[in-house]
Write a protein that binds this ligand. Structure first.
Ligand SMILES: C[S@@+](CC[C@H](N)C(=O)[O-])C[C@H]1O[C@@H](n2cnc3c(N)ncnc32)[C@H](O)[C@@H]1O
Length: 250
């Protein structure tokens, strides 16, 4: 991603507004650059589903210049972290210029008044209907996700972008760590709670999305690699297990 000077200055302004040190900010900035690369949201309306404490909603408005970002966050979501919404409000007090709109609600209860130009789900899709089984072996969860993708399709304007950033349920370190080898790229998490990117791509296709693309996310410690290598699917499986699936509402 070739970043111009103005983009870097906006990132730096956001870091300062959030009171983050360069070391604290570096992983957030790396992830945002990787995940949002190619997502054109300047002057557009974006929905951030499962926005957490709102950092990436702020990145969408203050760095990528989205006209509005709705930060949808139930707070006491499936993770049960009741302090998320207060922390988001504190972040918005510090850094929002009026373009992030927090909405304390679940995805299931939410009904937007107008269509969005982009919907992003960053590490949140697998929390909407948590299941440890592959979806094909859990018909109720598969149905729930079919319904969820139909709603995502309805909420987007024609030509709008759906962007999912998640972890693959399969990755090398999931298995090598069981042999006692050190983890270099991944954390100890419940990989069974995740699905494969192909599962999400299939659901998107069934819901009517087109132009579906899946790519890896370059691990931060390998950021020196060219994007074609760092974001290669095999690189993702061998390292951080992160992927981005992007699709267009036809
Ligand atoms: C792992 S966090 C990701 C936060 C943020 N998007 C990020 O990438 O840093 C998952 C978020 O999804 C939210 N979430 C859980 N269930 C949800 C639901 N049914 N509707 C909307 N968000 C939900 C959680 O509250 C949590 O903030």
């Amino acid at each position: 991603m070739a970043l111009d000077r103005a983009h870097r200055q906006r990132e730096e302004a956001l870091r300062i507004a959030l009171g983050r040190t360069p070391e604290q900010w570096s992983p957030v900035r790396h992830r945002a650059r990787e995940v949002f690369d190619g997502l054109a949201v300047a002057g557009r309306r974006v929905l951030d589903v499962g926005a957490g404490i709102g950092t990436y909603s702020l990145y969408l408005t203050r760095v990528l210049d989205a006209a509005e970002a709705v930060a949808l966050e139930p707070s006491a979501g499936t993770g049960g972290h009741a302090d998320i919404m207060p922390r988001m409000r504190a972040r918005l007090d510090a850094a929002d210029d009026g373009r992030v709109r927090p909405v304390q609600q679940t995805f299931q209860a939410y009904a937007p008044a107008a269509p969005f130009d982009a919907v992003v789900l960053l590490n949140s899709i697998n929390h909407l209907h948590e299941t440890r089984a592959p979806l094909d072996r859990h018909p109720a969860a598969l149905d729930a996700y079919r319904h969820a993708f139909a709603r995502l399709h309805d909420w987007l304007a024609p030509g709008g972008a759906l962007l999912i950033n998640e972890l693959h349920r399969v990755c090398l370190e999931r298995y090598t760590s069981q042999l006692g080898l050190p983890r270099l790229f991944t954390r100890e998490i419940d990989y069974d709670l995740h699905q494969t990117p192909e599962t999400w791509a299939r659901l998107a296709r069934e819901a009517g999305f087109g132009d579906i693309r899946i790519r890896g996310v370059t691990p931060r410690r390998l950021a020196f690699l060219p994007a074609a290598v760092g974001r290669h699917r095999w690189m993702s499986l061998a390292t951080n297990a992160m992927f981005v699936m992007q699709a267009t509402r036809r």
